[in-house]
Design a protein around this ligand. Structure first.
Ligand code: M6R
Length: 611
């Protein structure tokens, strides 16, 4: 939640900060602000709403100050947690003297106690935010050494933070520190940047340092120094990012979501290619030997949102094929259920961002209880990937739209490969490895066919765009898929939608079905078709319109549906990867026709780094 940026270099900071905030807007978009050092004064400009509103204000501030500002500054785009989205609560926040400016991503849990302490020392607060505490606290502790003051303040904070701090008395440095919220440093040529995420700095550099827990960086125009949590200077790992700038840009598409849906064949191909060597699946997992995979007697997949839905698909397949008790658990619930964890338990954390706080905390809980953890993550070097015992990266590239599409597909593919890999070791794979890999290699082409043939889904969306309630039903893997399809639709179109196991409707939900309700019935499980057809009749006879989603050549579905979406034939376990594509398009077009903010749905953010 929230995107932060900092720049120090030889160019005007304001336009660079604004452009970066626009890129980071997917992290939060209810208000934004920048603070730029202009001479010895911090010019702080903030605005409720999206970055464009801020841009207009910055333009007039720059005009008022003679046409230019300074070359060092920090910026923030907010997803409100403490205090409503407005000009005052937006960041940066200034200290009492106006000489220190702070941007923050995270939550300061002890902000009330700190506020009382600081009020006792004469600090007055103007905002309702937890972050303003940090600005005043640093000033309270400041005795001429900015690094020391930031470090001491950080030590007093409970909760999570990525902080960018600017001191007007130190025009040659920014100070950054982080705990449980992401922060990267972009190493440029005579310029350096701090940011919440890599795409924000790609226009300047592809050399990145990812700050570790409680590490602090002093960022100057021509040098960056990183200190570990004990304040010992360290040599940071520099990662070279091989994405180009266009992979984080819309590239002619109307929305990132549309672009990312269309990128799924490439994403799947890259992800599969990364883990096949000499015709065999090869994850090169340093922390997990073959003996371990033979010994596990239980699997938990912990994740949130769409990543949890990947877990639902995967655990059904794990139990069915590997015959290992397997359960997908919402990460935010994991510790409360007091899970049975031991050395024979495999805990898999799935996360696109690798920063989701609920998933991170669940994974830490598992580790603290003696269980080895494996993460499936998209973002290189992110906290979950760094803290898990081992990691399998999905190769989806940057995903910008809040609604995940290509990362979801990449996660599914990794899960299929992991199941096949464990299955081979335990003598119960999906199918012989060569057949399995052939089926996976055919998947990108089938995805491409669905993408090439998606225009009709806009017409279908046009018919149903004004429905009040839309239900998704399915059985087994199709139920898991229904969960994801329903989330996709409600997340971006704001239409009320729910997913049900098809057989469960008659236990209560059927009372909601009436004339005009739309039910989308996913019917890819051929062996379950007779039961699905009965469930479809239950809803159509009560007035629902029904769209069925089924493989080509599945008989009997046209007759009982208002519309039918057809899928290419494939191995059963791959159907979740195919069936989701028309569902993504349908959601996208419904949202488009309803005029919704597709890439940045209301109240949401891409990376949820709060509990
Ligand atoms: O970054 P993560 O994969 O950990 O994010 C988990 C969820 O927040 C995420 O999948 C969310 O549900 C998506 N916006 C759904 O499209």
């Amino acid at each position: 939640m929230c995107g932060i940026i900092g720049y120090i270099g030889s160019q005007q900071a304001a336009p660079i900060l604004l452009d970066a905030l626009q890129i980071l807007e997917y992290r939060g978009y209810d208000s934004a602000g920048i603070a730029v050092l202009h001479g010895s004064t911090i010019v702080n400009v903030k605005a409720k709403g999206k970055v464009n509103a801020l841009r207009a204000r910055v333009d007039s501030a720059v005009q008022g100050l003679g046409g230019s500002l300074g070359t060092m500054g920090i910026g923030h785009t907010r997803w409100a947690t403490h205090g409503k989205p407005d000009d005052i609560n937006s960041h940066p926040h200034l200290s009492r003297s106006g000489k220190i400016a702070v941007v923050h991503n995270g939550i300061i849990e002890n902000h009330t106690a700190l506020r009382l302490l600081l009020e006792g020392h004469g600090f007055n607060f103007v905002s309702e935010t937890d972050t303003e505490v940090v600005a005043h606290l640093i000033e309270y502790l400041y005795r001429g050494d900015p690094v020391k003051a930031v470090r001491e303040a950080a030590a007093m904070l409970d909760g999570s933070y990525a902080l960018g701090v600017l001191f007007s008395e130190y025009p040659d440095m920014l100070v950054a520190v982080k705990k449980d919220s992401p922060l990267i440093i972009g190493l440029g040529d005579n310029e350096n940047l701090i940011a919440s995420d890599i795409p924000a700095v790609l226009g300047h550099t592809r050399n990145i340092v990812r700050l570790g827990e409680e590490e602090l960086a002093v960022v100057k125009r021509d040098a960056v120094t990183v200190y570990d949590r004990y304040d010992t200077e360290m040599i940071p790992d520099v990662m070279h990012i091989d994405w180009d700038v266009t992979s984080a840009a819309k590239d002619g598409y109307e929305h990132f979501m549309l672009k990312e849906i269309a990128e799924q064949p490439k994403t799947v191909k890259n992800t599969v290619a990364a883990y096949v060597k000499d015709g065999h699946i090869d994850f090169s997992l340093a922390s997990f030997d073959e003996e371990y995979f033979r010994s596990i007697d239980k699997i938990y997949v912990i994740a949130c949102g769409s990543a949890y839905h990947v877990g639902v698909v995967a655990t059904q397949l794990m139990e069915q094929y590997l015959r290992i008790p397997s359960r997908a658990v919402l990460a935010s619930e994991f510790s409360y259920m007091d899970p049975i964890l031991d050395e024979k338990t495999l805990v898999i954390a799935v996360s696109q961002s690798g920063e989701t706080s609920d998933t991170l905390n669940a994974m830490r809980y598992a580790k603290a209880h003696g269980t080895r953890t494996l993460s499936v993550v998209n973002i290189l070097g992110s906290t979950i990937s760094a803290e898990s015992d081992d990691v399998i990266y999905t190769h989806a590239g940057p995903e910008i739209a809040v609604a995940t599409t290509k990362a979801y597909s990449a996660q599914l593919v990794v899960m299929y490969m992991l199941i096949e890999y464990i299955g081979i070791l335990r003598g119960c794979p999906f199918m012989p490895e060569d057949e399995f890999l052939n089926a996976l290699h055919e998947l990108p082409q089938k995805l491409q066919e669905l993408i090439d043939d998606s225009a009709y889904l806009r017409d279908l969306a046009g018919i149903y765009q004004n429905r009040k309630d839309i239900f998704f039903i399915g059985k087994n893997l199709d139920y898991a898929l229904s969960l994801e399809a329903s989330l996709k639709l409600k997340e971006i179109s704001y239409i009320h939608s729910e997913a049900y196991a098809a057989g469960e409707l008659k236990h209560g939900t059927l009372s909601l079905i009436q004339n005009g309700t739309l039910v989308i019935a996913i019917c890819t499980r051929k062996e379950l078709l007779p039961q699905m057809l009965s469930n479809i009749k239950e809803v159509s006879s009560r007035g629902a319109d029904v769209i069925t989603v089924a493989e080509e050549n599945t008989d009997g579905v046209e007759e009982c549906s208002t519309h039918c979406i057809r899928l290419p034939e494939s191995a059963d376990f791959l159907q979740p990867s195919l069936a989701i594509v028309p569902m993504q398009y349908f959601s996208y077009y419904v949202a488009l026709l309803r005029g919704c903010s597709i890439d940045q749905p209301r109240n949401l953010a891409k990376s949820v780094t709060v509990k």
